[in-house]
Design a binder for this molecule. Structure first.
Ligand code: ADP
Ligand code: MG
Length: 234
């Protein structure tokens, strides 16, 4: 199964943040999404996951096609995400945080889905802890646990290693790879750390000024003169 965008345009007042974006992600692959600051990476995740309604363009997953969805509809389709800036309910416990997400999707047993997601991140022993009292690195992992509770076809992850040290980043990368292995989902990974992207991703998509300027294996993208000019050179 594929998740595709076709000609997606997203404008904010005078600014065109996405300028006709076509991408195609298969289930089972990890695709890196890179580009300079302000190139539209987060906005692309926002339109795919139903945070914003784009000005134009279409989306397709399997035999479904749409021009806009709500955040909840996207989640129910199995399109799940994390946020660049952590968004947790501060006073909820770890288990409550993940259970709420599982309940929101209204499918299956919410407790069972929440515990399964927490087990996947080796988090079960922290079930009773309060979200806001966790370390920053653990909050990042909790966000991922919340995003994988229940149905998961495609996981969109926005800068998961921001603010983490090298060891914590490495651990998170292993968590992401394990999710792909276990669930067979497709993953779109935005990260500033090019070592992370180049090591983990099967393919890389490069955005600049709201347009896809390159797409290929990490080796291909690294050699692409457009990419070197727009991104790696700077
Ligand atoms: P990236 O994630 O690649 O750094 P973003 O997708 O966050 O880039 O932003 C792309 C452009 O869209 C930027 O110029 C940003 O200022 C603008 N933008 C993003 N979100 C909004 C918003 N909610 N309102 C107005 N402008 C926005
Ligand atoms: Mg961003």
């Amino acid at each position: 199964m594929h998740l595709q965008t076709n000609g997606v345009v997203m404008k904010f007042k005078g600014l065109t943040a996405l300028d006709g974006v076509d991408i195609d992600i298969s289930k089972g692959e990890i695709v890196g999404l890179i580009g300079p600051n302000g190139s539209g990476k987060t906005t692309l995740l926002n339109v795919i996951s139903g945070v914003f309604v784009p000005n134009s363009g279409r989306f397709r997953m399997g035999d479904r096609e749409w021009s806009s969805v709500s955040l909840r509809e996207a989640a129910c389709l199995g399109i799940r995400r994390t946020f660049q800036n952590i968004r947790l309910f501060p006073s909820f416990t770890v288990l409550e945080t993940v259970e709420v997400a599982a309940a929101w999707l209204d499918r299956g047993d919410r407790r069972e889905n929440a515990l399964r997601a927490l087990d996947e991140l080796n988090f079960r022993q922290h079930c009773g802890r309060i979200a806001s009292e966790l370390s920053y690195g653990m909050q990042r992992r909790l966000e991922i646990a919340r995003a994988i509770a229940g149905k998961l076809e495609f996981l969109l992850i926005d800068e998961p290693t921001a603010g983490l040290n090298h060891a914590e980043s490495q651990e998170l990368v292993e968590v992401i790879q394990a999710i792909r292995e276990r669930r067979g989902c497709g993953i779109v990974l935005i990260d500033h750390d090019l070592h992370v992207i180049m090591n983990v991703c099967d393919r890389v998509i490069v955005l600049a000024e709201g347009k896809v300027i390159a797409c290929g294996t990490p080796q291909e993208v690294r050699r692409d003169p457009l990419v070197i000019n727009a991104y790696l050179g700077s």
